[in-house]
Structure formats: structure tokens, C-alpha cells
Design a protein around this ligand. Structure first.
Ligand SMILES: [Fe+2]
Length: 161
């Protein structure tokens, strides 16, 4: 007779999984919002440095999608779901600083920086909150912070003296 072994969904402790979901979910939702609002900015930028800002915004959108995927899959790897439907994203992320319609590049750059700064608040909370709980999930948050701060630098450099 063959012996069938039960395989647990996750190797992780349930409290660890819950903490990872608690702290990484807001990060995922904010990043998903950035993928949408960043495209809005990409399509409507006008004025100085058009090509550079237009292309940079696409790069930032791509990075945001990658960061969201990494954070979401950390939660799922620990056995928990995440609600990242558009309705959930809208409820969490709230209003973007990106205006509707064609906008001058310096105003759009400032708006996307403001959106990134709002996400960074949640990322910092995740780094702090996961510190004593799960270093692997904290590492995801640190990776997101490092990437977002680099993208923020690229944006700031367009408007800094
Ligand atoms: Fe495009």
C-alpha cells in the first residue's frame, strides 16, 4: 500500500502569513494604482522634455507592475489571497495627484512623485512592521522601497535645480 502524504499549502506559520498579507497588501494596491495613473500621465504629458518624461513614465509603470507582482506573490506563497480587483485598488489608493487631461511635464512629474510618496508610506510601514515577524517578507518591502526611491530620483531630477 502506498502512503499518501499531506502537503501543507504553505511552510509558513499562519501568524507570519497574516502579517505579510496585512503589510504587503496596501503596497500591492498602491502599486497597481500607480500602473494605471502612471499610464494616464504617460499619455497626457506635454511640454519640456516630452520624450524623456513620456518614456520614463512607461519605465516607472513597468517597475510598479513588477513590484506589485513580487509583493502579491509573496502573500500568495504564504497561502493567503489578496483582493487586488480594480474596485479594491480604487478603495485603497483613493485619489491620484495625476490630473485629468493634457498637463505640462513639470506638473505631471510632481504629481507622480506625490503618488509614489503615498506608496512609500505603506512600504515603510511594511518594513517596520515585518521586522520582528518575517524577514523574507520584509526583504520584499525593502526591494520595493529601493526601486521606488530610484524611480523617484529619476523623476525629481527633471524638476530639481
Ligand atoms: Fe506608450
Amino acid at each position: 500500500m502506498s502512503k499518501v502524504q499531506t502537503v501543507p499549502t504553505t511552510a509558513s506559520d499562519p501568524t507570519v502569513a497574516a502579517a505579510a498579507a496585512q503589510f504587503l497588501s496596501p503596497v500591492v494596491l498602491g502599486l497597481q494604482a500607480l500602473t494605471v495613473n502612471g499610464k494616464q500621465a504617460h499619455w497626457h504629458v506635454r511640454g519640456a522634455n516630452f520624450v524623456g518624461v513620456h518614456e520614463l513614465l512607461d519605465t516607472i509603470v513597468a517597475h510598479a507592475g513588477d513590484f506589485a507582482d513580487t509583493a502579491a506573490e509573496r502573500i500568495v506563497a504564504l497561502g493567503l489571497p489578496i483582493d487586488a480587483r480594480v474596485s479594491a485598488v480604487a478603495a485603497k489608493a483613493g485619489a491620484t495627484s495625476v490630473p485629468a487631461g493634457f498637463t505640462q511635464s513639470d506638473e505631471l512629474v510632481r504629481a507622480v512623485i506625490a503618488d509614489i510618496d503615498a506608496i512609500l508610506v505603506d512600504v515603510k510601514a511594511a518594513i517596520d512592521g515585518l521586522d520582528e515577524v518575517d524577514l523574507t517578507s520584509q526583504d520584499v518591502a525593502i526591494e520595493v522601497m529601493r526601486g521606488l526611491e530610484k524611480d523617484r530620483w529619476f523623476l525629481v531630477s527633471h524638476i530639481a535645480a
